[in-house]
Design a protein around this ligand. Structure first.
Ligand SMILES: Cc1ncc(COP(=O)(O)O)c(C=O)c1O
Length: 352
């Protein structure tokens, strides 16, 4: 199944008041549903007065590792730092080349450039929005050290091809999975396939904290150990510095909040999937699309899409609540008289 979202640039409706703006994600509604659990979690941390690393972070790391299906998960301050730390641990240095996608958030290439390494871009495939793996091998030089696929909108890159090319050329694979927690490539979770997986817990992400946060996943015990050292100034023991590290730890408060939210992640993803079905229903009924944004892949058995397009749908006259039930778009319930709806962003996932 493909998600096809239409943007009607020549829409006959011009006045802004004719549209209902549906927020991409209603975090206040989400908070309302799990308020008591979150407040309990925050209180638990405040009462412990243990704010940096510690038992909450240990527990979150274990739970994320289990969810992703890897041996180790190492929390850090953000998705950007996850990418940076992964490259530091792998040993990416100045003048090295990391092959990645140009169609991503700035932190992907930024994390490479921060180490004075060179991002080498491979153009994207129009169907998947990931880099076109057929062009990957041509980008490899004697300076190549790693491939960094970006599972943008939760759409997995073709990991069969990426891993095969990486093995052939002895390159590390750093998955930018900032937008893709819960996505799967065939039977495996995104973040468990490469040398490392890098996740973001930015508040609007599928699993979002109450501030910044990130996580690196890996099955390599030595890499995991190095990551734990690098995120604490390069020291294993207090004031004894073995490596040149940074300060990039996830707070215990974030960990406690994320542990609550992780329990809901799959059901929220199901809600996004239901929204996708609604979006498809409306898109299918529209006869004059000006242009169509496709998030389609026939490559993987399970897709998880986090689309951020701005789209407008023609609404049938029936009450909107009949079509949209998800908690993600509760504002729709009050817009039954509107004929047109604008989804400022569609957050969704589909299975082919
Ligand atoms: C693809 C991608 N990579 C990296 C990041 C960086 O994550 P963070 O904002 O947690 O630093 C983001 C965040 O939006 C992202 O979307």
């Amino acid at each position: 199944m493909a998600l096809e979202v239409m943007a009607l640039a020549d829409s006959p409706v011009s006045a802004e008041s004719s549209f209902a703006n549906i927020s991409f994600l209603d975090l206040k509604a989400q908070f309302g549903e799990i308020r008591d659990e979150l407040l309990d979690a925050v209180t638990r941390v405040l009462e412990s007065q243990h704010f940096i690393l510690g038992p909450e972070v240990d527990a979150l790391e274990r739970e994320v590792a289990e969810y992703v299906g890897v041996e180790f998960a190492i929390g850090c301050a953000s998705g950007s730092d996850a990418l940076l730390l992964a490259q530091m641990a792998i040993g990416i240095e100045s003048e090295d080349e990391v092959i990645t996608s140009p169609f991503t958030f700035g932190a992907t290439a930024g994390s490479i450039a921060r180490l004075k390494a060179r991002p080498v871009f491979v153009d994207i495939h129009p169907d998947t929005f990931n880099f076109d793996e057929r062009q990957l091998e041509a980008a490899i030089t004697s300076r190549s050290r790693a491939i960094m696929p970006v599972h943008l909108f939760g759409l997995p890159a073709n990991m069969d091809v990426v891993l095969e090319i990486a093995r052939k050329h002895h390159l590390a694979v750093i998955e930018d999975a900032a937008q893709a927690i819960g996505a799967r490539w065939k039977e495996k979770n995104i973040g468990s396939l490469g040398t490392c997986g890098c996740f973001s817990f930015f508040p609007s992400k599928n699993l979002g904290g109450a501030g910044d946060g990130g996580m690196i996943t890996t099955n390599d015990p030595q890499l995991a150990e190095k990551l734990r050292i690098l995120r604490v100034h390069g020291s294993r023991k207090k004031y004894r510095y073995e490596l040149l590290g940074i300060n990039s730890r996830i707070d215990a408060l974030q960990a406690a909040i994320l542990r609550v939210k992780l329990r809901y992640l799959d059901s929220w993803t199901d809600g996004r999937r239901r929204n996708a079905e609604c979006a498809n229903t409306f898109a299918a009924g529209e006869s004059r699309p000006k242009f169509i944004i496709r998030a389609r892949s026939t490559l993987s058995r399970h897709l998880h899409i986090w689309a951020t397009a701005s789209v407008i749908f023609r609404m049938p006259k029936q009450p909107a609540g009949k079509y949209f039930h998800s908690r993600f778009i509760p504002s729709l319930r009050s817009t039954s008289s509107e004929r047109w709806l604008r989804l400022s962003r569609v957050s969704t996932s589909v299975e082919p």
